[in-house]
Ligand binder design. Structure first.
Ligand code: GLN
Length: 446
């Protein structure tokens, strides 16, 4: 733990991967474990893990990288934090993210941009950019991220690490600061697939405090890593290798697909025709849910409060005007509009219908195939400041990742080589609750 803290501090000037490094708390946890003795039955006994700063930690600042929560110290731990602690893990710190997880570059954080350890002029992706960068820098073996439209997988791809978004409901969201509740999932970000499987083992399972968490039994994910994918049927959607995808990324993914074939998988081109509308549906549905979820930040219950309000109305307006950043305000406005009486049918309902069509596309392909593979992101990491001027450019980062969120399916990003010296990710999508096959294919490939 001491060495990990030293490594983190050595990199922090360059990377800015953390909002809070938990120096004292982590050492106290480590001392307690030392005193009790490492428990061989507790897989993560004494292992430092970094947590995205939108996961509540009892007694430890939790900001979601927003000014509106800059003074917020939760009174309870998220379910995943409880589970990690029960497994012996040490909370080494809280990692930087796009404000409220809204973004694809970690540039909307109130605490400044995180930098990509592969090239510090590049973004680490987002929104779980800090969690990805600290693993890529070699500070920690594992971190947690959250993924609403790609926020675990795209930064994993940009940093050359493994990132898993499990099936919706596989991991409890209790204690995750909500962005879009029907899409949000927590998941592990690790240096390799075995560690991702071991993390999922600890994190998965029913939690009474999250009604959407599943009571399906949790299989032994590590035992499922046989490396044998002979006869596995894999579909490559033609939409995932279409024109909008960087040519270098396409080449890299084509050779990854060849590698899967050499390992004995049977690969065909398939089609997810409605996936091309995923971005449009997502950027109505996610902001709509966000506009509702973010109503709780009113300056009364917790967080930042404006200093000079003359009445209640002004207190709300000034607190939110001063406390939220531009991207969060944009989403609240978009969502409030899409849910308003006059716009509901034309926007929210239409997006919900597209979501159903995307779910049906997946069902059709999964009737004949075990897994779907393609790139994680359309490009490798881009330059800091390069995509901040036009929100639409930034939103296009998510075109290949949002379909799995809209359908609630498990999806992993695993490193698939370099393009111009920067990492690229292979995305593997599976059927609901089939994390075992997703992880095993990634394991065979890595
Ligand atoms: N980049 C997407 C967005 O800005 C996804 C973010 C996420 O998964 N949290 O909404």
């Amino acid at each position: 733990t001491k060495q990990t803290l030293a490594n983190i501090h050595e990199h922090e000037d360059q990377l800015n991967a953390y909002v809070t490094v938990n120096d004292e708390g982590a050492l106290a946890q480590a001392q307690a474990i030392d005193a009790a003795g490492i428990d061989p039955n507790n897989l993560f006994s004494g292992v430092p893990v970094a947590l995205k700063d939108n996961l509540t930690t009892k007694g430890l600042l939790t900001t979601a990288s927003s000014k509106i929560l800059a003074n917020f110290t939760p009174v309870y731990d998220a379910d995943v934090v409880e589970r990690l602690q029960a497994a012996g893990a040490i909370t080494i710190g809280k990692t930087n993210l796009d404000e409220f997880a809204m973004g694809a570059s970690t540039e909307t954080s109130f605490y400044g941009t995180t930098r990509n350890p592969w090239d510090t002029t590049k973004v680490p992706g987002g929104s779980s950019g800090g969690s990805a960068a600290t693993v890529a820098a070699g500070d920690v073996l594992a971190s947690l991220g959250s993924d609403t439209g790609g926020s675990i997988r795209q930064p994993a791809a940009f940093n050359g690490i493994v990132g898993l978004k499990p099936t919706y409901g596989r991991i409890s969201r209790w204690g995750l600061i909500a962005f879009a509740s029907s899409l949000d999932q927590i998941g592990p970000m690790t240096a390799n697939v075995t560690d991702a499987a071991a993390m999922l083992q600890v994190l998965a399972g029913r939690d009474e405090r999250d009604a959407t968490s599943s009571s399906q039994p949790v299989p032994d994910y590590v035992a499922g890593l046989t490396g044998d994918i002979k006869g596995l049927k894999i579909g490559v959607p033609k939409e995932f290798l279409a024109d909008g995808i960087d040519a270098g990324v396409r080449d890299q993914i084509r050779s990854a697909v060849k590698q899967l074939e050499q390992l004995g998988a049977k690969v065909d081109e398939v089609s997810l025709p409605h996936s091309t509308h995923g971005i449009q549906a997502y950027y109505i549905l996610a902001p709509s849910e966000a506009s509702s979820n973010l109503q709780r930040f009113d300056g009364i219950r917790y967080g930042y409060r404006t200093s000079d309000a003359k009445n209640l109305e002004e207190l709300y307006v000034k607190t939110r005007s001063e406390g939220f950043g531009d991207e969060v305000k944009r989403r609240i406005m978009l969502g409030t509009f899409a849910l308003s009486a006059g716009a509901f049918d034309a926007f929210f309902m239409k997006a919900a219908k597209i979501r159903t069509l995307i779910i049906e596309d997946f069902k059709r392909v999964f009737a004949d195939y075990d897994l779907i593979v393609g790139p994680t992101a359309p490009t490798p990491a881009f330059g800091i400041g390069e995509e901040t001027k036009d929100p639409m450019t930034m939103y296009m980062n998510d075109m290949l990742t949002v379909p799995a969120n809209l359908a609630g399916l498990p999806s992993i990003s695993v490193p698939a080589g370099l393009v111009d010296g920067l990492p690229v990710g292979l995305q593997i999508i599976g059927q609901a609750f089939d994390e075992t096959r997703v992880l095993n294919a990634a394991y065979a490939f890595e």
